[in-house]
Design a protein around this ligand. Structure first.
Ligand code: C6P
Length: 412
């Protein structure tokens, strides 16, 4: 298991007193805190190695390039990818999904094609496909969610057909923590020669992931939700698929050659190989360095241990929440079916009121729609308050959360 005291010592922010109480940070699904190792790696990069990558023969540029490329290698190893050429650095999960939607949408999707998404999706796996379907005239199919919050796999199997080109699904719901059976979904997609994109924003930070074992074509995730800095994320793409895709953004570093003809106004361009083909312009080098350090930190703990720790916290939280009289919890009761997210409502209170009251106890949670309005509509809920855990959270913090909710219930 994990050494909680040692881990907590690595996170300076956890020593803060907020509203007169020791900080309890339960908003990890939105973004996680950063250990001192990640903060120092970024400072060190700017102090000693800062330069542009792939653009200089001088020593600093070589050092920055080495750090940047090895960060791709770290990310590849972390998710079981074959190597750096399968790892595109982007801003976040949102940009990773947009990259696939625009690149495939602009160049290869047509009227008559279908893209399958779900009613469980975060808006970032709905809006890009919607925009592209409006532009290109292909159809979206949306898989139902059952009332217990799990995905309706029969509906998915019905909606995937020979017209399906892409199946894009969340691995883990950011509202309910429900874990989807991505391996089975990949099988269903591949039977009709469709590609599968997995939104891993809430899975990659919390469980061991092996893209080859899952047999998926794309995986999107964000560095800031796994101890890394904001502004860096990853698109994993299977080597042969990325190799056949046209770029989404154009600019420096994503080309091999550019020729322009001043007479005809024509340009002749050949594109660089992946991943650089999809990384136009100066990238977030310091972000990549921070992400690599975050990955090393998580690897030292072991992703199996991260998963076990969160399962323990969820199981303990769900059990203790049964002591509450006016608090309704959403999603499956079986802690084995969900990761470290618990969404709920206190009778008589709006989700934002609950979050503000918890804040007065020094407990940070998120409230609202969590960028997943269709899921709330499916479950006929206005909004929810959400507690989400990570490696530094403790059972004692859960106790404080439960005691605070008991007091909140009394005034609700
Ligand atoms: N969910 C939450 O509080 P970005 O913002 O691009 O790093 O991640 C987008 C995203 C995509 N998919 C899922 C399943 C997500 O949970 C998120 C981010 C945050 O739930 C912010 S809305």
């Amino acid at each position: 298991m994990i050494d909680l005291e040692r881990i907590r010592g690595d996170f300076p922010i956890l020593d803060r007193i907020v509203n007169g109480h020791k900080l309890v940070y339960f908003d990890n699904a939105a973004t996680t805190q950063k250990p001192i190792q990640v903060i120092n790696a970024i400072v060190d990069y700017y102090k000693f190695h800062n330069s542009n990558v792939h653009r200089g023969v001088h020593t600093l540029s070589q050092e920055a390039t080495e750090l940047y490329e090895s960060a791709h290698e770290e990310a590849a190893k972390f998710i079981g990818a074959e190597g750096l050429e399968e790892i595109v650095f982007v801003k976040n999960t949102t940009e990773a999904i947009n990259l696939v939607a625009y690149s495939l949408g602009m160049w290869s999707l047509e009227p008559g094609d279908e893209v399958v998404i779900t009613a469980m999706d975060h808006h970032s796996n709905i809006v890009p496909w919607h925009l592209m379907s409006e532009l290109k005239g292909f159809k979206l199919r949306i898989v139902r969610v059952k009332q217990d919050g799990t995905l309706d796999l029969e509906d998915l199997a019905d909606k995937v057909s020979s017209k399906t080109r892409i199946v894009a699904v969340p691995h883990v719901s950011n509202v309910l923590g429900v874990v989807n059976d991505v391996k089975s979904i990949a099988k269903i997609a591949h039977e009709v020669d469709a590609l599968i994109l997995v939104d891993g924003a809430q899975s990659v930070p919390h469980m061991p992931i092996d893209v080859r074992d899952l047999d998926i074509d794309f995986l999107a995730f964000s560095g800031h939700k796994m101890l890394g800095p904001t502004g860096i994320g990853v698109l994993y793409g299977r080597r042969d698929i990325l190799g056949s895709m046209r770029p989404f953004l154009g600019g420096g570093d994503m080309i091999s050659e550019v020729h322009s003809d001043v007479e005809t106004g024509k340009c002749t361009i050949t594109y660089n190989a992946p991943p650089w083909r999809f990384e136009a312009g100066t990238p977030n080098i310091a972000g990549a360095v921070g992400l690599a350090e975050a990955i090393r930190y998580l690897r030292n703990i072991g992703m199996e241990n991260v998963l076990l720790h969160e399962r323990d916290l969820v199981e303990y939280t769900l059990r203790r929440m049964e002591e509450l009289g006016k608090t309704h919890v959403y999603g499956p009761r079986d802690p084995g079916k969900r990761l470290g997210v618990v969404s709920f409502n206190v009778e008589g209170l709006d989700s934002h009121e609950t979050a503000m009251m918890l804040d007065s106890y020094g407990i940070m949670v998120r409230s609202g729609l969590h960028c997943a309005q269709p899921l709330h509509e499916t479950l006929s809920i206005q909004t929810t308050t959400r507690a989400s855990f990570y490696i530094y959270n403790t059972r004692e913090e859960v106790d404080r959360f439960i005691e605070a909710l008991k007091e909140i219930e009394m005034v609700a």
